[in-house]
Design a protein around this ligand. Sequence first.
Ligand SMILES: Cc1cc2nc3c(=O)[nH]c(=O)nc-3n(C[C@H](O)[C@H](O)[C@H](O)COP(=O)(O)OP(=O)(O)OC[C@H]3O[C@@H](n4cnc5c(N)ncnc54)[C@H](O)[C@@H]3O)c2cc1C
Length: 552
Amino acid sequence: MAEDADVIVVGGGLSGLVAATEIADAGKRVIVVDQEGEQSLGGQAFWSFGGLFLVDSPEQRRLGIKDCYDLALQDWMGTAGFDRDDDLWPKRWAEAYVAFAAGEKRDWLRAMGHRIFPVVGWAERGGYDAMGHGNSVPRFHVTWGTGPGIVEPFERRAREAHTNGRLTFRFRHRVDTLVMTNGAVEGISGAVLEPDSVERGKSSSRKVIGDFTLRAQAVIVASGGIGGNHDMVRQNWPKRLGEPPKFMISGVPEHVDGRMIGITEAAGARLINRDRMWHYVEGIRNWNPIWPRHGIRILPGPSSMWFDATGKRLPAPLFPGSDTLGQLEYIMSTGYDYSWFILTQSIIKKEFALSGSEQNPDLTGKSWRMTIKRATNKGAPAPVEAFKKNGADFIVRDNLADLVSAMNALSGDDLLQLDHIKAQIEARDREMSNPYVKDAQVMNIHNARRYIGDKLIRTAKPHRILDPEQGPLIAVKLNILTRKTLGGFETDLDSRVFGNNGEIIRGLYAAGEAAGFGGGGVHGYRSLEGTFLGGCLFSGRNAGRAAAKAAG
Ligand SMILES: Cc1cc2nc3c(=O)[nH]c(=O)nc-3n(C[C@H](O)[C@H](O)[C@H](O)COP(=O)(O)OP(=O)(O)OC[C@H]3O[C@@H](n4cnc5c(N)ncnc54)[C@H](O)[C@@H]3O)c2cc1C
């Protein structure tokens, strides 16, 4: 049967674009198939904050951060907690990925015009011991231009390859089956969906107007994860985290539907670690939604006080920005699926960042003039102020009694008692008189301010929460926000997919979130953050290069 291309890539997200451009650059013919329209090219990465995990970068060095491969690998392994036979390939991928992040990743991107905002962020700070979870040092490098800035070089290269005839796009083509002959994958078939000019990120029509079959020597599955499909999230919810949340909001568009995962499994591909997922606990309902159930993640600085639904402060070290999975586990153990931040205007102004390209017009628009205002402005960045004013999860009051009463009204559960909350805040506030204290969160705040990046734009000057000068008081109801699957198809380092019999399935590759960002779960149980876009770059590149080479 005649082939339509050397390789077919399913998915025009970041991992698919990276794979496709590598294939075209190797002189091979590639087709990129996506169920969405051309306006959604780039998938989730377009909406992302563009944060990238890099090790020992010039940006870190300029800020006095001493980082190296060994420290990063120690952090990765302590965070991943690999503990299964299935972790053989994920662990190999982890070692290779950390080497990439400490090696050629930055230069490779830079040569394509990618640039980085000079203040390096400090995500997932841990709080256990040196071998436990978390980044020992700041490593979250924000792309200048956020999500669109990381998609741009690959979209440009893909469009160039399209012009020179090596790359063809097939938008509104939804893959329903992998075509197999004698155990090898040699194509795809599916439905052609009606054209739809709906805006990027909005749900598009699923009306079928035809069918298609395409053949090639290899197929790369780069179809993303399951975060837009709450039924699938609940089905895969790990028993160790108790019952799945009753209420969740979506951190990804609806096309992150997980459908292609089942289709690839039906072809015999081995899916591992499906119970490992990465959902955030600081989700707020978007007052101006783009996709269904649209939620935004707050990237919090270290100072907000965090209370569970019953009004008890989260235990150490579960402070803002420390351990996402630990926080999720704790919150689910309370029997409620929400929690609360209580903070001041001084804290929100300096410490609240919202994850998403559209929530950061200064960085996304590459405007130095607007970005500098983060450090000098009287208020919080405009998108944060807009949430404060319009967001259903925000309460602003001049005194604690009114705040707590409004919190009870918002949740409808009436679980919070003013005296209980007040006693905990006053106790924490008493620790503010000295820089050497016993409250571990207050110690963290002092530690954070010793890092110039945090002092400049991420950590408010230590102050009493109940000091009226720092007010008004703000409470934020935090929801669970779905984002990523950490499991995926088991692959070797060439991104070739293993079958259930332990043999490589000829002609089948997987990259990006569908491959658990490499190997079927490079992150193990947890992430150091900025590792998902990077995982798409690394696994997409490996898949593209290997598939092009195998195409002869
Ligand atoms: C708001 C937001 C902020 C984020 N911030 C960061 C960050 O700062 N740092 C970081 O590292 N990560 C971040 N991420 C995560 C990161 O963006 C994603 O994990 C990554 O982009 C996933 O890329 P992908 O190529 O694997 O999949 P996707 O981007 O989901 O692309 C998959 C594509 O496949 C298509 N597809 C699926 N099934 C089919 C089918 N059956 N037939 C045809 N086409 C199909 C889909 O339409 C889609 O276009 C963020 C994500 C979001 C949403």
